[in-house]
Design a binder for this molecule. Sequence first.
Ligand SMILES: *Cc1c(COP(=O)(O)O)cnc(C)c1O
Length: 218
Amino acid sequence: MNHLQEVIAKIEKARIAYSRHQVIKLVAVSKYWDISQIIELYEGGQRAFGENKVQDLKAKSLELESYPLEWHLIGTIQENKINTIISLSPALIHSIDSLKLAHSFQQRLEREGKTQRALLQINSSREESKSGVSIEEAKEVYLSIQESCPNLMLEGVMSIGAHSEDKSKIIKSFEVTKEIFDSLPNAKTLSMGMSGDYELAISCGANLLRIGSALFER
Ligand SMILES: *Cc1c(COP(=O)(O)O)cnc(C)c1O
């Protein structure tokens, strides 16, 4: 038993309340789930899956190679994993969190004649435990990556909502991210919203959601 249909119904309700013209995509975060549960979600119609660890992305995507799935990398990236990530070619990397990391990707992508879609992660809640560029430097870093890393195709930004019981703090962190997103030329993907806050994220303009724990009982 999974909760995919209930989650989709809630997303749809929040989407209509925000705008009937908004198009929203769900990435099912599969880091807690085993292969049979991923297949269960696939059979329920889900095609996009996200992992936060490179080794799990590799193991699960290889094991499910015969399924028409797309894989998203959503977690913090260590430099020594870049070659593995490039060889896996995920559909989208959500977590480019510095100019230096972007340059490392660019160097190796260029050498291999490959391109890779990606988002810039912004630490919009200013929490030390979170990765991401600061609110102040986000636009400059984004433009600089676009200019100097043509093989790393930046198409938007990602953010994790504030870790708080206070809704207004969570909303604030989403609004700040949306404002930066709107200021970027050609940015089309705004990845924000997890199990506890995806309806708030939708109300702030998110168009890519990363939802894990709400999909199954744990
Ligand atoms: C785990 C994770 C999620 C999903 O979190 P849930 O609260 O289980 O929905 C989303 N984004 C990132 C970056 C994660 O690591």
